[in-house]
Design a protein around this ligand. Structure first.
Ligand code: PLP
Length: 399
């Protein structure tokens, strides 16, 4: 790697941990990215479920170039009529189950969560927020407040005080649903918990959660920031699991590789943000026209090429190719979101070194450092699934 660049990266780019990966990216295409010396990596993270249509998807690149040449930022969000924004909002409204038809654009996942929580408080007039243990919703104060305990505690402790009136319940615990009451403004849940290490909802639990929210008047908010746009084998996980929330948060793949997020609700719900106070939730860049053009191109690519329909088979193939390996304890999977459980953190760290040598980009999960992630671009070919699984198995052989 260019040593000056490396030094400047460490000196001048704000760091998130003492041990960054330090792999320089020269270019990326499809399921791969390349270093300046030409080393190829299978991208089995996809920017944490961002690059669903593959790196440098030509449709997305073209849309970005064309929109950038037409106009970029003009005026703060919500004032002007910008066709990439309007067309994308209409497309998302048509794809989501009723009554989710009003899209409030923001810039990131955490911001989508912030907006959804504020909307729920505004609509219900209540203050209590319920989250799930081992949930991850972003790193801003509000989103971090919803991280759930006890695992989230390690992250939260240094940043208190956070939001008051937040309580965490156990994901998949039917009895804990009684803790949702008429004081609860919103219940925030990932339909498949990502950073917990891919935890799937138990049969009937999301339905029971929906019922409890209906009975108490609490708004049900799905965080589909990681699961949305095809990752679980349906366009949205809510369709796969058959439960419609009152608000859904989107980001990551939603921008087709550009920074874009949204919270989506029924228009009659969303309209609450217009008044009392007006301008109570605003953003400068939310729904940036270039990001919306990219997201729209990616969305159209997914649907036109029937990419989502092939996700389940590709995920099942990874599972079939790796589940029998003696080092693999368990594979937890929803579509092309896989956690390969080794049951041992030291082995996992060793796997990361082996992966780096072998040209595989994987990662562990925020709350689970004994499993590695397989969440490639959804456009990965069957041949690439087989080839990357072979390399992963060779790394497992070396443990
Ligand atoms: N929600 C979930 C489920 C996530 O996985 C993430 C990011 O990993 C977020 C929210 C936060 O998104 P962002 O990093 O865009 O703020």
């Amino acid at each position: 790697m260019n040593t000056i660049l490396r030094k400047q990266f460490l000196a001048h780019v704000g760091q998130t941990s003492p041990s960054p990966m330090l792999v320089e990216v020269a270019r990326a295409e499809g399921s791969f990215f390349y270093t300046p010396d030409g080393k190829r990596y299978y991208d089995l993270v996809a920017g944490v479920s961002v690059s669903n249509v593959g790196h440098c998807n030509p449709d997305v690149v073209r849309a970005v170039q064309e929109q950038a040449a037409r106009y970029m930022h003009v005026m703060v969000y919500g004032e002007m009529v910008e066709s990439p924004q309007v067309t994308y909002a209409a497309r998302i409204a048509a794809a989501l189950p009723a009554p989710l038809d009003s899209v409030y654009f923001v810039n990131s996942g955490a911001e989508a969560v912030e907006g959804a929580l504020k909307l729920a408080k505004r609509v219900t007039g209540r203050t209590e927020l319920v989250s799930m243990r081992r949930a991850y919703h972003g790193s801003t104060h509000g989103a971090m407040s919803m991280m759930g305990t006890p695992e989230g505690e390690e992250w939260k402790a240094a940043f208190r005080p956070l939001l008051p009136d937040v309580r965490a319940i156990e994901f998949n615990d039917f009895e804990a649903l009684d803790r949702i009451t008429r004081r609860t403004a919103a219940v925030l849940v990932e339909p498949v918990q990502g950073e917990a290490g891919v935890r799937l909802p138990a049969a009937g639990w999301l339905e029971a959660l929906r019922e409890r929210c209906d009975r108490t008047g609490a708004l049900l908010v799905f965080d589909e920031i990681q699961t949305g746009l095809g990752r679980t084998g349906a366009l949205f996980a809510m369709q796969r699991y058959g439960v419609t929330p009152d608000i859904v948060c989107l980001a990551k793949a939603f921008g087709g590789g550009m920074p874009l997020g949204a919270f989506v609700a029924a228009k009659r719900t969303m309209d609450a943000l217009q008044t009392d106070p007006a301008l109570g939730h605003i953003t400068t860049f939310g729904g940036h026209p270039v990001c919306c053009a990219a997201g729209l191109a990616a969305f159209d690519y997914l649907t036109r090429n029937r990419v989502v329909e092939q996700v389940e088979a590709k995920g099942a193939l990874y599972e079939e190719l790796l589940a029998g390996h003696p080092q693999v304890r368990e594979i937890r999977r929803s579509g092309l979101l896989l956690a390969v459980e080794l049951g041992d953190a030291a082995k996992l760290y060793r796997m990361m070194e082996l992966f780096k040598e072998a040209g595989i980009l994987s990662d562990w999960f925020l709350y689970c450092d004994t499993a590695f992630r397989i969440s490639p671009p959804l456009t990965i070919s069957e041949e690439e699934v087989r080839d990357s699984a072979r390399i992963v198995a060779e790394c497992l052989d070396k443990l």
